[in-house]
Write a protein that binds this ligand. Structure first.
Ligand code: ADP
Ligand code: NI
Length: 223
């Protein structure tokens, strides 16, 4: 299935991309524009395999982390509010705005072990696109960048991965970055919503497993 962008939607998508880019570049807090751009590209790729309303998919992908721009761990309604104000300023139709805002609210939900199921195809696509960016070569780079930012160790031999019951526990975690692979990254493959993303996740998952195999061999001077 190949979806085409509606030409009358292109200016809105482009303006939104420029807007988000300017917000994130101004901040420099680690939630960078390039993550958003990759999620946007992943989402377009997935939508080409799965269908869905491309306008909603593109806008939700671009705006999905807008709450993180300034309000870290803050009020969860901030993201949807910011997105709504922006889309209203562009005179986007009300149904599209409501749908995009619902996706942003659901995606930032991190309560019960991130198990909330996205109610619409477009939401599933954007959630998959975001999760894919935590996997593979990019995912490895992001994990170590995040761990370094937090001052976490690369690896603590003998430390067991933790099962975090709540998002609060998960956020407080000061474990090693290698454990983050077992606590989250290696679980994502089985959490994909769409077949297209599942296929991409399988390859990225395999790459991370190979990376960890090599990591442990080097750690013990066995290679
Ligand atoms: P997103 O911005 O896509 O919603 P997060 O804010 O949850 O995702 O995480 C951003 C990136 O940081 C992801 O690639 C994630 O794997 C990584 N990350 C989150 N927590 C940790 C951790 N404790 N150790 C290492 N990497 C982490
Ligand atoms: Ni994200």
């Amino acid at each position: 299935m190949i979806l085409e962008r509606r030409t009358d939607h292109i200016p809105t998508v482009q303006k939104t991309a420029a807007h988000v880019r300017s917000l994130f570049e101004g901040e420099g807090t680690g939630h960078d524009w390039w993550h958003v751009e990759r999620v946007w590209k992943n989402a377009l790729y997935i939508a080409k395999g799965e269908g869905g309303d491309l306008f909603v998919v593109e806008l939700a992908a671009l705006l999905h982390d807008i709450a993180d721009w300034k309000f870290h761990g803050g009020d969860e309604s901030v993201g949807p509010q910011k997105a709504r104000a922006w889309l209203e300023s562009l005179a986007v139709d009300g149904a599209t705005i409501a749908h995009v805002c619902e996706i942003i609210a659901d995606i930032s939900f991190k309560g019960a072990g991130e198990t909330k199921r996205m109610p619409t195809l477009e939401g599933m696509i954007v959630q998959d696109a975001d999760r894919l960016d935590a996997l593979g070569a990019i995912g490895i780079a992001r994990a170590f960048a995040y761990g370094g930012h937090k001052g976490n160790p690369l690896h603590n031999p003998g430390e067991q991965p933790q099962h975090h019951e709540t998002f609060e526990q998960y956020k407080k975690g000061r474990g090693s970055t290698v454990n983050h692979f077992y606590e989250k990254l290696l679980l994502l493959k089985n959490m994909m919503n769409t077949e297209t993303a599942r296929e991409m996740a399988a390859e990225r998952h395999r790459y991370m497993e190979e990376y960890l195999r090599q990591f442990f061999l080097e750690w013990d001077a066995r290679r």
